[in-house]
Design a protein around this ligand. Sequence first.
Ligand code: PLP
Length: 413
Amino acid sequence: MQNTLQHTAFNVEKVRADFPILKVHVNNKPLVYFDNGATAQKPTQVIDAIAKYYYEENSNIHRGVHTLSQKATTHYELARTTVQKHLNAADVNEIIFTRGTTESINLVAHCFGKLFIKAGDEIILSEMEHHSNILPWQVLCEERGAVLKVIPVTENGELNLEEYKKLLSDKTKLIAVTHVSNTLGVVNDVKEIIAAAKQKNIPVLLDGAQAIPHMVVDVQELDCDFYCFSGHKIYAPTGIGVLYAKAKWVEKFEPYQTGGGTIKTVTFEKTVYVDGPLKFEAGTPNIEGAIGLAAALNYLNEIGLDTIAAYENELVHYATEKLKQLPGVKIYGDVKDKAAVISFNVNNAHPFDVGTLLDKQGVAVRTGHHCNQPLMQCFNIPGTVRASFAFYNTTHEIDVFISALEKAIKMLL
Ligand code: PLP
């Protein structure tokens, strides 16, 4: 496959060779995988790290004196350090392993809510949140008699920050917004959001599920209180994710779930919990997931996230220009600052029909509401077709996608 992007010092064929699944055929056509926003494919480096763990080290962690257990413990804790460095967190104890973004957000809603939310308090979200960053807050508000406030989205798919600032008040207890929209790819000005919140001393949670694969994230520079992401969207396995929480919250929060691994001492009268992230990692954790996540982050850092971002930016602009030339295509969130995601519809065709016709031609895209029903209501549509790219995608694949879409459009008109 030829890559026609000239300006980037990036060998896409070399990285493609690291992803065995890209050689798969779907419906007798070479796979074109443009569903990276849902989950990304895994490189051999990640698959091998997990296999090595099972072939050579499988053992439970933290409580064993034997060699395998100590090796597994070391690698699990090294993975935590790898995440800390990746996010530039001040302290390794600010990194909590979870099952993914959804669990990270639930953990904060539960622990923060228990300590700090009472009747009449307000929590600010935005109209473009994934359901995973709506439901935990909605449940919390219902339980406590608190109120959800929603930052509106403008017609071109950006957050209306003027309206956001008007929502801030003495009642606001927390702001939870997405760093990058999963449907639109729009990159939110989270620095401005955080700066306005800090003036009132309000903590901010960022849902980083769609940002983390595409850009350098520095939690100290952002000065956010919480940052959440999922391993599987950043080339690591499913079932592992991260909650970054500033040390003061790690200290203040009580355990989210309780059980083995979280305690210093237990009697039937009283339990004393450990300090730090283990307080939130009850039971045997996803050891191979953490090891796979560290392998994925090391792999990405070898390529360089800036290189990845520049290349993906070229891909998204190349695809956007091609899409705009097709009749009846409407793109949502066509703004300058966006990650490698494009959402669109074709005339009145249902997104499922477009997606099915693309799949017949080997092109995997996502269709529907993308767990963004309030955003769909804002645009008054049932859903979109979403093409989301990774650094292993090529302009050739975009050309295949565009000609497959042209065929689909002819069939649907
Ligand atoms: N937040 C955003 C912005 C997402 O895109 C997703 C998944 O698509 C999630 C949260 C939930 O992630 P997970 O299902 O990995 O917990």
